[in-house]
Design a protein around this ligand. Sequence first.
Ligand code: UD1
Ligand code: CA
Length: 466
Amino acid sequence: MGRTRFSSGEVMSETAAVILAAGLGRRMQSSIPKVLHRVAGRPMVQYVIQAAREAGVERIVVVLGHGADAVRQALDGDCESVVQPEPAGTADALARAAPILTASPDCRQVLVAYGDCPLLTGDLFRSVIEAQRQAGAAIALVSSIVEDPRGYGRIVRDPDGGVRAIVEEAAATEAERAIREVNAGVYCFDAAWLWERLPSVPRSTSGEYYLTDLVGLAAQDGRRVCAVTAPLEITAGVNDRKQLAMAEAVIRDRVRQRLLEAGVTLVDPATVYVDATVRIAPDTILYPGTLIEGNTVIGPGCRIGPYSRIVDSWLGSSVTVDMSVIEGARVGDGTRIGPFSHLRPGAEIGPRVELGNYAEIKNARIGADTRIHHVSYIGDAEIGERVNVGAGTITVNFDSESGTKHRTVVQDGASLGSDSMLVAPVTIGRDALTGAGAVVTRDVEPGMVVVGVPARPLRRRRQSAG
Ligand code: UD1
Ligand code: CA
């Protein structure tokens, strides 16, 4: 039977992946399941799933245990999951996937990886899958040569170079501990051999069943075990916060490289922090000290920073953001923000708006060409187009007696004098004007000028052309 050759992007239906993610992660000193700790804004386990997808693996089974419900929520809808009720070791975890994978006879290869290795790539998975296939090996595994092998299983080789065993650190002799070739925890198994031999893995002195003991069993069976070597920048596992910080640095750098290749300018890459989940269009410039997080999308030709933070927001094209914080907001084309503006969730800013020094906008729509240049708070409001918001204008939206918030509406073309207090609920009509220091407690008719405390109509507004 000629096996299908595969090339980049092709789906491999003979290969299933099992990702082990049931462990507690005690060394993290955390109440959060280890694989949910974030690296560049994304839970670790998602990177491993993504790498398997990039390798073309169709069927992905994630083994859950500690915090199963929370971890399941972080998986994409196409993953299957099984539960390991007790953390009895990596071999026991893999065995939990056996019932569903042995049920499909066309699954000939099983790729296994750990959910705490966020740096893994699709290319590495491909090469270990290919190595197993070409050698007809019982196991192809990935090893790394490291300066400091502490915490990893050591690869013990025969004099002829074949892999004889993996020895976990706790069980290693002095001589074995000195071995600098370590087990990366990525394996591709001959499926039939794996499911037959997995139940024979012995209980270790620690009481756990180690997946790594399969290597010794293959040697006993006279079956080949081959190794693919990859650097720690791809294989490193995360067991504690130090390793988490190291993984973070690697992923952040990969994101920077991806942005540069995609036509985004980073003036000083080392000071720009962009989550792996962010999308940025070409010809946008990121100035130093800029953080872009979550599900943020930024259009082309924007100038972001210096010293700005953008979280879960959408920015159109040619937007300028200078020393400002934007969270959960949408910003239209050509709008200028900052310095020192704060856009909070629900802020929807139209095109060509100018938000100046110390403008805070929350849960409010701001129409096209409106200017809010200095020291304003606009909350729970609907501001029209071409509105001029004078310095110090505030929507008084919170009724502290009832504890409720009320809406303010300012219609197109209105002009709010400096220090206007708009006591909500209130509507300022189209082209109306409020005098400096007006405290507006009642609706203002279109075109009317109001002044004073509380504001009273004075006269009709003389409209300047345009
Ligand atoms: C493991 C390997 C070690 C290798 C290292 C690479 C074993 C026995 N040891 O050690 O050889 O060098 O990874 O990073 O495999 N898990 C479960 N159920 C369990 C135990 C663990 O699902 O009962 C999961 C964990 O969630 C984790 C992964 O398996 O994602 C690895 O477990 P961990 O305890 O981190 O193993 P290491 O000590 O790092
Ligand atoms: Ca680990």
